[in-house]
Ligand binder design. Structure first.
Ligand code: BJ8
Length: 424
């Protein structure tokens, strides 16, 4: 057994508090994931990812840095930050979004109480020194998306080495040009941090690496159209959550193995839930590790989540970067174009998201849509009315939920979800 304590201490972490966090997450993982029946055997890889999430994976990244194989670790909070750029400049990209309440008292000395739990969580993980990803990040990239994140990054910049990308709020030809400029500026900033120039060769390889991961996720997602569903929503969500932290090449291999097994299960009529279990399309705010609350409630109530129109779901993998570019400029443009298609609710209008929801519900044979917003997220709360209208027009039952990371509303949510599943 390797002793990870010296590593955590060298990162400046609060080791006793971190022990408590790891203990709680381990317990939750057992109750939520390992308690599932008929999981595909290949999901064992996900168990390993979670087991090493704060230990083996961190050591692996730090070892790569020490050997010179990687130059820097670069954290980010949003799907709009292109991982290809970080990889091509010799960095290791990691997702820093956080899915559990931590050090809330300290957070509320700097941010309002009425702030979205995702934002409070990443601030709390930093202030409580319990996240080895944030502590090992040499550069943290933020983005001007929602008001809460935008202003919280001003505080985060007092805590970490931070660079913020400006993201337009409307999609048109002119804002695409602005965005391409932002992508170039980001590339320069990352190069400056890593001390490694992005070359046509490194960028082409990074595009291929990220696209291969997306192609594997697309394969896995397609198998979920089958009834019975071959894999749970929980394991599918965890696969995308892992994609923000794990080694890309190794994870891609594991996802392809999961897709192989799930294709076979679909052909054989083997499912994680019984045939005829009510099928839910999830849409809404992202779910960062270890936020498994809602999926757990839906699936423990006998439903099965068959798709996620969310940043921790289809938005992460549905579109590929065009691979035909030859020069760095052409490839950066292709990256900008691909990322500009992410249907974040900061955009107005956001018709692409609405179309995706209805299309996915049909393709994945969903019986109902559950749209969820984290508390105090004005964007997704507002947009839920448009989503509801679209679901109604498409004749798909719809339910909106507002929740946070605490467990207080779990009983009430269970009752509401059971009633919704019953009605489908
Ligand atoms: S591209 S969805 S990852 S910004 S839930 S912090 S919006 S108040 S996360 Fe997001 Fe990028 Fe958009 Fe995706 Fe604010 Fe809402 Fe909280 Fe949110």
């Amino acid at each position: 057994e390797y002793d990870f304590y010296p590593m955590w201490e060298s990162l400046g972490m609060d080791v006793p508090a971190h022990d408590m966090l790891l203990g709680a997450v381990g317990q939750m993982f057992g109750d939520v994931f390992l308690a599932q029946e008929n999981r595909p055997a290949s999901t064992d890889y996900l168990n390993q990812v979670v087991a090493g999430i704060h230990s083996g994976r961190i050591k692996e990244m730090l070892d790569k840095k020490a050997s010179g194989e990687a130059k820097k670790i670069v954290g980010s909070f949003c799907l709009y930050v292109p991982e290809e750029i970080v990889i091509a400049a010799g960095g290791i990209p990691v997702g820093l979004c956080s899915g559990a309440d931590w050090a809330t008292d300290k957070v509320e000395e700097h941010l309002p109480r009425a702030t979205c739990p995702l934002i409070k969580s990443f601030a709390g993980f930093k202030l409580g020194s319990v996240c080895p990803y944030i502590e090992s990040s040499d550069l943290v990239i933020g983005e001007n998306t929602c008001d809460g994140k935008k202003k919280a990054y001003e505080f985060m910049a007092t805590q970490v080495n931070m660079y913020t990308v400006d993201i337009p709020n409307v999609h048109n030809a002119q804002t695409l040009e602005l965005w391409k400029g932002e992508v170039r500026k980001l590339a320069e900033r990352v190069e400056q941090e890593t001390g490694q120039k992005i070359t046509a060769e490194s960028l082409k390889a990074a595009i291929k690496l990220a696209n291969d991961k997306r192609r594997a996720l697309q394969r896995l997602s397609a198998t979920r159209a089958a009834d019975p569903a071959p894999i749970s929503g929980l394991d599918s969500l965890l696969t995308v959550q892992a994609a923000f932290m794990d080694d890309a090449e190794r994870l891609t291999g594991a996802i392809n193995a999961m897709a192989d097994e799930c294709e076979q299960r679909a052909a054989d009529g083997v499912g994680v839930a019984p045939k005829g279990a009510k099928r839910i399309l999830y849409t809404g705010t992202p779910m960062a590790v270890p936020n498994w609350k809602l999926f757990n409630i839906i699936e423990k109530a006998g439903g099965v989540v068959v798709g996620e129109e969310a940043c921790t779901g289809s938005r992460y993998y549905k579109d590929l970067v065009d691979e035909s570019g030859e020069t760095v400029d052409e490839m950066l443009d292709a990256i900008a174009e691909r990322y500009f298609g992410i249907n974040c609710a900061i955009f107005t209008p956001n018709d692409g998201r609405i179309e995706d929801i209805v299309r996915m519900a049909r393709e994945l044979n969903a019986d109902g849509i559950i749209d969820c917003s984290l508390q105090f997220c004005t964007l997704y709360e507002m947009e839920s009315f448009t989503v509801e209208k679209a679901a109604e027009q498409a004749g798909i039952p719809f339910m909106h939920i507002t929740t946070d990371y605490a467990n207080e509303d779990a009983g009430q949510l269970t009752t509401r979800i059971e009633a919704f599943l019953e009605m489908l």
